[in-house]
Unconditional design. Structure first.
Length: 380
């Protein structure tokens, strides 16, 4: 479909591929602006369909259902990057797809993503392709150990990732990485000795306007985001660099929507980009309660062609994911002053399942510290 720059009027319908919490929070943010959402996902009763009166429950490769969905909506976006390429192509032929399908092709393939970053001059961990076990040996010889073998596609929250230490057997590592992924192909990345993981949530509008939230610190447990601290306790110089990197990426991709850019801060004070998420990002959930415009509203604004909102924060924030049984504390959290509880309407808690999150606000410039980290670091 050809690009359209005039904003879609209120009452228009935003199609969202995916039924999880990101789709739910996007749909909730669309409502105050007068837009309606139509969810497309394979399962009924999921977080996003609970808050929308329109849903298509069908497989992502159901051509007939996709065609009817395209007819029923004015623009389509997605809440996860593993949308099958064929699905994106069918939709893009029939309806506006934002972000555009070429973005998906890059962001769902770790090798293409790193090649893209390298091509635009953005630093990443050293990496080499490993399409099969023989190539794995060559890649490890080139990159050295310690390294990480990652599946090129379909990996998230640490799935499809195997550390390559000095004694790791490469055949076993390959089998473990490829285990559940059909036709797995790999990438070997040098393990980065980072001092902090940070991310920038950045938005780009239809006309090319840009807006970025302050970089945040992300702490992971068992490869899953556990906590986000906004702003990240890093120097103003690094903050500026992180923001500039995120902006450069969305411009180079001709991106429309919100993207999470995950980065490492290295021991010698450099930034390396780890991963791109072409959608609202878990590390941006704090913006719901602490910013003039949340990342979800920003995504809606971008995909319907409205001007972007203000990314400024009125408070600092700590966001904690409620993973698995953490959610059992809901009553206590709901009663805690300054805590904003968000539950996703999922069924039974399972280990590793994101059930909700809680954001705690504090006055700007005086971030709540969730642990004993030195709070006197530079925070200007
Ligand atoms: P990813 O799926 O690439 O986002 O990786 C999940 C997590 O694994 C990251 O948030 C890091 O904590 C860790 N990780 C991934 N790649 C590397 C790397 N090259 N060096 C060190 N840690 C990494």
């Amino acid at each position: 479909m050809t690009a359209q720059t005039a904003p879609l009027p209120p009452g228009s319908i935003i199609g969202i591929l995916g039924g999880g919490q990101l789709g739910r929070m996007t749909a909730l943010a669309a409502a105050p602006l007068g837009y309606r959402c139509h969810i497309y996902c394979p399962e009924a009763g999921v977080p996003a369909t609970q808050v929308c009166d329109r849903a298509t429950i069908a497989a992502y490769d159901d051509a007939e259902a996709l065609a009817a969905f395209a007819q029923a909506v004015d623009v389509v976006t997605y809440e996860f990057e593993n949308v099958p390429a064929a699905t994106a192509e069918v939709l893009a032929r029939n309806v506006l797809l934002r972000p555009r399908p070429e973005v998906l092709a890059i962001c769902q393939d770790r090798l293409k993503e790193k090649d893209f970053l390298r091509a635009i001059g953005i630093a990443t961990a050293a990496y080499a392709p490993a399409a099969d076990t023989r190539a794995l040996g060559r890649a490890v010889a080139e990159i050295g150990r310690p390294a990480i073998l990652k599946s090129v596609r379909m990996g998230y929250d640490g799935k499809g990732q195997v550390p390559l230490r000095s004694g790791t057997d490469l055949g076993e590592a390959w089998a473990e990485m490829a285990g559940s992924i059909p036709d797995a192909s790999g990438i070997v990345e040098r393990r980065v000795e980072f001092t902090m993981e940070i991310s920038v949530v950045v938005a780009r509008g239809v006309g090319g306007d840009l807006a970025a939230y302050v970089p945040v610190e992300n702490r992971h447990e068992s490869h899953i985001l556990a906590q986000t601290i906004a702003p990240a306790p890093i120097s103003a110089k690094l903050r500026g660099e992180a923001g500039a990197i995120a902006r450069r990426i969305v411009e180079a991709l001709d991106f429309v929507g919100v993207m999470g850019v995950e980065m490492f801060v290295t021991e010698d004070g450099h930034i390396l980009v780890n991963e791109l998420a072409p959608r609202p990002h878990n590390s941006g959930h704090w913006t719901l309660d602490a910013c003039a415009t949340s990342q979800f509203e920003q995504h809606v604004r971008a995909v319907v062609g409205l001007p972007l909102g203000d990314c400024e924060r009125h408070s600092d924030a700590t966001m904690k994911n409620l993973i698995g049984s953490d959610v059992e504390a809901w009553q206590e959290l709901a009663g805690e002053p300054q805590a904003h509880l968000h539950l996703y309407g999922k069924g039974a808690p399972r280990p590793g399942r994101k059930m909700g999150h809680v954001t705690r606000l504090s006055p700007r410039g005086n971030p709540l510290r969730a642990d004993d980290t030195d709070a006197s670091e530079e925070l200007d």
